[in-house]
Design a protein around this ligand. Structure first.
Ligand code: FAD
Length: 289
């Protein structure tokens, strides 16, 4: 039975940075990814706070640079979803393809969207990220939410589509610069106190029924994106591992890096810093053994 030294779950910015730094120490981490390389970052319209890009860079372009760096470092991404992570004397990792074993595990699995309960008939037109519909043009898109992600998605898609942002309350929780850009876009309308009370399909369109201060109002859209919050993605941890995470973290056998542990402080540079930090600690742990 082969036991890996280090396995990383998730190839978003945190997992990528961990893998590259571990390679610098001559280690061969096993990197597992259930979707695409780059994680949530592929959705970012314009990243303006990641040092090195004075004009800003799109999330997708930054991910392409990360991919090139992974390749140069000789890191292979294994496209496998971790279905269960357990620990006894070492970690057991189950994917649909195989069962793996590892002495150290880095959890870099980011976040999952808070879901909205919509009827299955609209599921082909309702999303939680921009990425799946990034190439659509000339469509009407409703974005539900009031945080940075909702406004960033709106600006991103407004280049080629008409956007309505629906906020169920009155408070916006986005960066002032995102709001300023939204206000100056003729392609985006913003609606406050519009709480969804029903969703139905009508041909190629979705009808959103909303309660507003002026009574019921209908919004028509070809696509809907919910950006109503995200929570840590840790559903694959076994019950007994959940009870031991703090202890294993203290022993340096389990590391959580990036958005999965950063609460509201979810930024690429923090995720990357977490990854490099974890890799350095892992290297020290392996050397002392
Ligand atoms: C619209 C938008 C705009 C943003 N703009 C900026 C910005 O301007 N500046 C900035 O710094 N940050 C920005 N961010 C935040 C940034 O994208 C995140 O902070 C960053 O992607 C977090 O990296 P991560 O690796 O921790 O998690 P993620 O990027 O979420 O990556 C986690 C990865 O783990 C994988 N995974 C999850 N579960 C499993 C499993 N069971 N098995 C295998 N793989 C799994 C996922 O598929 C994913 O690829 C933005 C985010 C959004 C949504």
């Amino acid at each position: 039975m082969k036991i890996e030294d280090v396995t990383i779950i998730g190839a978003g910015p945190a997992g990528i940075a961990t893998a590259i730094q571990l390679k610098r120490y001559g280690l061969e981490p096993l990197l597992l990814e259930k979707g695409h390389i780059g994680g949530l970052l592929v959705n970012a319209n314009l990243v303006e706070n990641y040092p090195g890009f004075p004009q800003g860079i799109s999330g997708m372009d930054l991910v392409n640079l990360f991919k090139a760096q992974l390749e140069r470092a000789g890191v292979t991404v294994n496209f496998e979803e971790v279905l269960q992570l357990d620990y006894d004397d070492f970690f057991t990792i189950e994917t649909p393809q195989r069962k793996l074993y590892s002495r150290i595990v880095v959890i870099a699995s980011g976040t999952q969207p808070r879901e909205f309960d919509f009827p299955s008939e609209v599921s082909d037109r309702v999303f939680y990220e921009v990425y799946p519909i990034a190439s659509v043009e000339g469509e009407r898109i409703a974005i539900i939410g009031a945080g940075d992600a909702a406004f960033d998605y709106a600006l991103n898609l407004s280049r080629k589509n008409e956007i309505a942002i629906l906020n169920r309350g009155e408070k916006r929780r986005c960066l002032p610069l995102l709001w300023e850009r939204t206000k100056s876009s003729p392609q985006i309308t913003y609606h406050e106190k519009a709480e969804i009370s029903g969703i139905e399909k009508a041909g190629n369109e979705i009808i959103l029924q909303c309660n507003t201060p002026n009574g019921k109002q209908k919004f028509q859209a070809n696509y809907v994106i919910f950006a109503i919050g995200r929570t840590a993605q840790l559903d694959y941890l076994s019950a007994r591992l959940r009870e031991r995470t703090s202890e294993l973290e203290e022993q340096g056998l389990l590391c959580l890096v990036g958005d999965v542990k950063n609460d509201i402080y979810r930024q690429t540079s923090i995720a990357v810093g977490d990854g490099v930090h974890a890799a350095m600690k892992i290297c020290a742990k392996i050397e002392e053994a």
